[in-house]
Ligand binder design. Structure first.
Ligand code: G
Ligand code: G
Ligand code: MN
Ligand code: NA
Length: 239
């Protein structure tokens, strides 16, 4: 109850912080991008993860304001990291805002980050219903030179039909599948099959939540292009 009021006030006071986590190329192990992840320091509970407050922000119409704080801070930090792209997360409601893309480009330019260094991660849940506005937004982002990733892939129970129509070039396999690779042959099969499917559709694949050397070896072996997870680097708070 209180938490909602506190979140609103934290957003108004620009107190939402950002962590950056590396995304590495599996062909040479080099970091190619960092993902910006919102963090909120709560006076009583300490550092809160987005699963504690992003859904709440979305329900209360605060997720766009929250996101833009995160994007600005992240852009400022990443502009200084030569050759590194920035991946940001956008909630489904943000895609409905016709000005979203233009503002992103503008914020990037103000920070010294061109659109070619920006990637927008959109949760698969955003595509569960056919939505003309989301599709338009993705086309806008693509035309602006921003790349688009389907995030949390495999958790949304969406039909695969939408993949044919979506002009996206990246797909990120949810960490719930990667986590069980070693002891669950079904998860391993899913990661392998999704990777092949994405490649056949001309998309690149990131495996999320890679925590061990064995998991890293597996996702590289099945042909994933990029990986992210504690094995490569934890999210690191930006000043
Ligand atoms: O760091 P953590 O695993 O707790 O992040 C959980 C989820 O919260 C991420 O998958 C991401 O989609 C979401 N998230 C993190 N930062 C942001 C943000 O700035 N905006 C939105 N809309 N979602 C975010
Ligand atoms: O947007 P998305 O939900 O994909 O964000 C990734 C989330 O996963 C972040 O909140 C991050 O803190 C978390 N995360 C990143 N790497 C790992 C990992 O190796 N293991 C686990 N359990 N969580 C991770
Ligand atoms: Mn993400
Ligand atoms: Na995810």
């Amino acid at each position: 109850r209180y938490l909602e009021t506190e979140l609103r006030s934290a957003i108004e006071r620009e107190q939402i912080q950002v962590s950056l986590q590396p995304i590495v190329s599996l062909s040479d192990g080099r970091p190619v991008a960092v993902e910006a992840l919102a963090r909120w320091y709560h006076w009583e509970d300490g550092w809160l993860s987005p699963d504690r407050f992003v859904a709440m922000a979305e329900k209360r119409g605060l997720v766009a304001a929250l996101g833009e704080q995160v994007y600005r801070r992240a852009m400022r930090a990443v502009a200084a990291m030569d050759g590194t792209n920035l991946a940001i997360n956008a909630a489904p409601s943000q895609l409905q805002d016709p000005g979203f893309c233009a503002r992103l480009v503008e914020m990037g330019e103000a920070a010294g980050l061109g659109p070619e260094r920006l990637e927008v991660e959109i949760t698969e849940r955003a595509f569960m219903r056919d939505n003309a506005e989301s599709l338009k937004q993705i086309s806008r982002l693509r035309e602006a030179g921003i790349s688009v990733t389907i995030d949390d892939f495999g958790t949304g129970f969406s039909s695969l039909g939408y993949l044919r129509r979506l002009p996206v070039q990246h797909l990120k396999i949810d960490r719930t599948f990667v986590r069980h690779i070693e002891d669950d042959s079904a998860s391993a099969a899913i990661v392998r099959a999704v990777t092949n499917l994405a490649h056949d559709l001309g998309m690149e694949v990131t495996a999320e939540g890679v925590e061990t050397a064995a998991e890293a070896e597996f996702v590289r072996g099945v042909g994933c292009d990029y990986a992210q997870g504690w094995y490569y680097g934890r999210p690191d708070l930006v000043d």
